[in-house]
Design a protein around this ligand. Structure first.
Ligand code: NAD
Length: 359
């Protein structure tokens, strides 16, 4: 089996997970790891003695590397990704793709001009539980979708550079776009900077989608409980995806309210509530990062747009950028303008309507 030569840039907290998956994939050859910190490189070398290590990622340009995975802090993503694309290397960048939409557009254009793959590490799009939740919604089992509520809270890790929304909400926004297959019409956000002045550690985002679907994202670094939960409420049933649960990640509640035309008594009123079974579907789980890394390689080999393409990354950045504006403007609503894909890529038709690759 032919193997793709891959380098990983950044081996801090998250990078080692990507390094491990690339090292384990039979379709990949982990050639090199770059990190500005020698202590991190020394640690990686003890785990993978065969890998080349360097403090300067540009050394990778002469190592015959075909693709890189960038797991450095978000403010470095644009410079490193554009440098790699300019050297003819396919790129998978961790989330968020960039910190503003102009940079994200520039990366998409560059990758397209050079016929290279640009992918963003929206891990949850490769998560079997999220995939199942999407299938449940698309099957109509929940009925008409009323609203989706996403909560991602825990204590720390505090950043002094980026607020909690840019850190945690890319996950929830990517899940929402994936589940609904559409961008919101608008976003509004409110938050609070409790620990570092000017860096929100609590943010509530509110989005309106087609058909009156409402979505809410609550992210916090200042919460005693670690919660990673998505609740989807429909006219027929409700589903809860709890990522903390080791096995029973999705529960489908046959619960709802059938509004009676009138209710003269309390008993009649109570009848309008429906209580039924709770179903916990079996999910065949593979590590999402492994699926994501393999999908990156497959997309490069087949020259097709990845599921979480650069365009998906841009859609998320645009929403976060608008929400950031709202945070600084007392929670005012900001309209999300549609993407002008024809200005960015030669064949927008290669992307499905919602901007994702075919899947
Ligand atoms: N997909 C996920 O679930 C997930 C989870 C955590 C973090 N992330 C993302 O991964 C990225 C990295 O986050 P982290 O928590 O590992 O950060 P981190 O600060 O722990 O690690 C970043 C590493 O990059 C290195 N680095 C910085 N600039 C460099 C450069 N120019 N050249 C080479 N190395 C450089 C640093 O020395 C550090 O070791 C971020 O984009 C973050 O949002 C994704």
């Amino acid at each position: 089996m032919s193997q793709m030569n891959i380098g990983v840039i950044g081996s801090g907290y998250w990078g080692p997970n990507l390094i491990r998956n690339i090292a384990e994939l039979p379709t990949a050859n982990l050639v090199a790891v770059a990190d500005a910190r020698p202590d991190r490189l020394k640690h990686i070398k003890t785990l993978y003695p065969f890998v080349q290590i360097t403090e300067n990622y540009q050394d990778m340009f002469s190592m015959g590397i075909e693709a890189v995975i960038i797991a450095t802090p978000p403010h470095t993503h644009f410079a490193i990704a554009s440098d790699c694309l300019n050297h003819g290397i396919n790129v998978l960048v961790e989330k968020p793709l960039t910190l503003n939409s102009a940079d994200a557009e520039a990366l998409i254009k560059l990758a397209d001009e050079r016929n290279l793959t640009l992918m963003v590490g929206n891990t949850f799009e490769y998560n079997a539980a999220v995939e199942m939740l999407k299938n449940i919604i698309d099957s109509g089992e929940l009925g008409e979708i009323f609203y989706i509520d996403a909560v991602r809270t825990n204590l720390g890790l505090f950043s002094t550079k980026l607020n909690v929304m840019w850190d945690l909400a890319p996950h929830d926004v990517s899940i929402l776009l994936y589940l609904l297959g559409k961008d919101p019409h608008n976003v509004a956000a409110q938050g609070r900077s409790s620990i570092y002045k000017g860096i929100e550690d609590l943010v509530y985002m509110h989005m309106n989608f087609d058909n009156d679907v409402v979505a809410h994202v609550h992210v916090s670094w200042l919460d005693p409980n670690k919660v990673r939960r998505i609740t989807v409420v429909g006219s027929k049933k409700m589903a809860v995806y709890d990522d903390i649960e080791p096995l029973e990640k999705i529960k489908i509640y046959d619960k709802g309210v059938d509004a009676p035309p009138y209710a003269d008594t309390f008993a009649q009123f109570q009848f309008s509530y429906r209580y039924g079974n709770v179903v916990i579907p079996y999910i065949k789980f593979t590590e999402p990062l492994r699926v994501e890394c393999q999908h990156f390689i497959d997309s490069i080999m087949s020259k097709t747009q990845p599921r979480s393409s650069g365009v998906t990354g841009l859609r998320i950045v645009k929403i976060l950028e608008a929400a950031d504006w709202s945070l600084k403007n007392h929670g005012s609503q900001k309209v999300i303008e549609p993407l002008e894909l024809e200005k960015l890529i030669k064949s927008p038709a290669a992307l499905s309507v919602n901007g994702n690759g075919k899947h």
